[in-house]
Design a protein around this ligand. Sequence first.
Ligand code: LMR
Length: 328
Amino acid sequence: TAVILALGIVFGAPAFAQIDCKPGEVVIKFSHVVPPSGHPKGDFARMLAERVNTELNGKACMQVFPFSQLYDDEKVMEALILGDVQLAAPSLSKLEVYTNKYRLFDLPFLFEDMDAVQRFTASEKGQELLGVMSDFGVVGLGYLFDGLKHFSADKPLLVPSDGAGLKFRVQNSDVAVAMIEAMGASAQKLAFKEVYGALQLGVVDGQENSWSNIFTSRFFEVQDGTTETNHQLLAYVVFTPQEWLESLEPDVRELFLTIFRETLVKANGQAAKTSEVNRQRIVDAGYTVRELTPKQRQQWVDVMRPVWGDFEDEIGKDLIDAAEAANV
Ligand code: LMR
């Protein structure tokens, strides 16, 4: 694969390298919404591209488009289904237009920690869920983890009633809307690329996200503080179009999938550390991170846990029980 062509400034974001593909190479485009490094998804995409561009040089070439530069998450699945991109890793919260099954992962306080998430996603039921987009001609190649999410707002939040009357940005997820409304707050679905501006201008008062998103997209700068609620999961599935995968020469496909699996294991192995580092960077920059006492945490659980009932039928009780059982 050819030399690095350009180091550009994109939307005021830090410079990143784009690869120029050679004629005859299979082009693999990966479109995502976060920065190209310092974030579990950006790091995964970058590490995968580095290996593909070295080990499949002359046969395949991978280009990564970060920062919603090519598509945002609302559009990327359409692009993937049409075959305009070959890889995408939207948050599981953004797939409700296609399936209700992934709503499982949005249930507040379902997983106690990321170890439980790893256990469940590795189980038979978790692996089965990778296949639920097959009706759309799309294959789930594996789970990519970010971390649990936390609330921030333009005022201190220690208990859910502190958020009453505020407006919070959420992803495209009715579970998240129900959860926010249970706090007596209102929810606004917004694309990721719009969140910083919406917080800065006061279009919304708060948001909820992983440490890696709160730090790398600088949400902490335009909030009073962040409260370590660990209330919900942020994870992705990496999808590829089935037809495209099948169209690859067998040796290319085999090596690509091997590199993919190895890189995914590596990225997932370092996600927790990345999360911790990004949390610490917020603290080191002098911004407030509030920890909850067990009593305060219990109030969040008591307020949000009842929303499970609204989604139980469509997700399936057996699936919810299996996920909960991973908390051992
Ligand atoms: C969000 O929209 O908050 C996240 O899904 C962004 C991401 O991809 O981590």
